[in-house]
Design a protein around this ligand. Structure first.
Ligand code: CA
Length: 271
C-alpha cells in the first residue's frame, strides 16, 4: 500500500524558535516528527539529529514486520547515541533531547516507534484514535488516577517527558502496529497541536478538510495557533494511495458531511 503524505511545521505564537523537525517520504512509506528540548537552540539540534537518523537508516528495501520493528529500534538507539555524542563534544548542548515518533508502512501495516510525547493518531470511519501513549509525567499521573485526562491537557507540568532521546542510556521505544485501510488518515504531531486542541477538535479538522492533505495540515496548524499557539506545532499527515476519498462509498471511508461543526469556520472561537 503506497502512501501520500505531507507535513507542516510552525513556531506558533509564543516561542521565538521552532525546535520541532519533521520528515516524510511517500516512496519509502515513511513519516516522522521530533520535538526538541534544551536551551540556546539545542532543541533544534537534537530534533534535527533524530530526523537525520531516520533519513539515513530507513531505506526503501522491502522488509518483514519483524525487520521493520528491528529497524525502528535501531533508528531510536542510533539517534539517541548521536545526540549523546553531540552533547559530549559541545558542553553547551548539555541537557538537550528530543521526542521522536516515526512510522513506516510495509504492505498494509503501519509500524510506529515512539519515545516522548509526540503522538500518532488514526482517523477511520470518522472516528479518531490515538495510537501512541505519551511518555509524560501528566500521562503517568492520569494512569495512576491522580489527574483527570481533562485536567492533564492544561496542567503546567504537561511538557515534562519521562522518556526522550539524548541521554545516551538505552532507551526503549514503544512499538505499535496498525493495519491500514482505504480512507484512513494517519496523523503524527508534536504536543504543540494536542495541548492546544482536544482530540475532537483534531477529528473535526481532519474531517473538515475532506481528504486534502495540504489543507488538513494548514487547518490543523491554524487551529492550534488560534487556540493560543503556545508551542511549536508540527503535523505530518498521510493517506493510503488509491483509496477512495473520505466520504466515498467505501465502508471504511471517513464521512466528510458530518454536521455544521465539521465546518472549520464554524468551530473557531471569535470567527
Ligand atoms: Ca513541544
Amino acid at each position: 500500500m503506497k502512501l501520500s503524505a505531507t507535513g507542516l511545521s510552525d513556531k506558533g505564537r509564543v516561542r521565538p524558535h521552532n525546535e520541532d523537525a519533521m520528515h516524510w517520504d511517500d516512496a519509502r512509506g515513511l513519516l516522522a516528527v521530533a520535538d526538541g528540548m534544551g536551551g540556546h537552540a539545542a532543541g533544534e539540534v537534537a530534533s534535527s539529529l533524530a530526523i537525520d537518523t531516520v533519513k539515513d537508516l530507513v531505506d526503501d528495501a522491502p522488509r518483514s514486520g519483524e525487520e521493520t520493528r528491528e529497524l525502528l529500534r535501531r533508528v531510536i538507539n542510533v539517534a539517541n547515541q548521536r545526540i549523546a555524542e553531540k552533547i559530549r563534544s559541545r558542553p553547551e548542548f548539555y541537557g538537550m533531547g528530543t521526542t521522536l515518533v516515526v512510522g513506516v508502512v510495509e504492505g498494509d501495516r503501519l509500524v510506529i516507534a515512539h519515545v516522548g510525547d509526540s503522538r500518532a493518531y488514526i482517523l477511520r470511519n470518522g472516528e479518531i484514535r490515538q495510537l501512541t501513549t505519551d511518555h509524560s509525567l501528566v500521562n503517568e499521573l492520569v494512569k495512576l488516577g491522580i489527574l483527570s485526562k481533562e485536567k492533564a491537557a492544561s496542567d503546567p507540568r504537561r511538557n515534562v517527558v519521562t522518556r526522550a532521546l539524548g541521554s545516551g542510556m538505552t532507551v526503549a521505544p514503544d512499538l505499535i502496529e496498525e493495519q491500514l485501510f482505504p480512507g484512513d488518515i494517519v496523523l503524527l504531531c508534536s504536543d504543540g497541536l494536542n495541548t492546544m486542541l482536544g482530540d475532537d477538535s483534531i477529528r473535526q479538522t481532519l474531517l473538515g478538510a475532506g481528504g486534502d492533505l495540504e489543507r488538513t495540515c494548514a487547518e490543523l496548524v491554524d487551529a492550534a495557533n488560534r487556540a493560543g499557539g503556545e508551542d511549536n506545532v508540527t503535523v505530518v499527515v498521510a493517506q493510503p494511495v488509491g483509496a477512495e476519498s473520505p466520504g466515498g462509498e467505501g465502508e471504511r471511508g471517513n464521512p466528510i458531511e458530518e454536521d455544521a461543526d465539521a465546518d472549520p469556520a464554524a468551530r473557531r472561537p471569535g470567527s
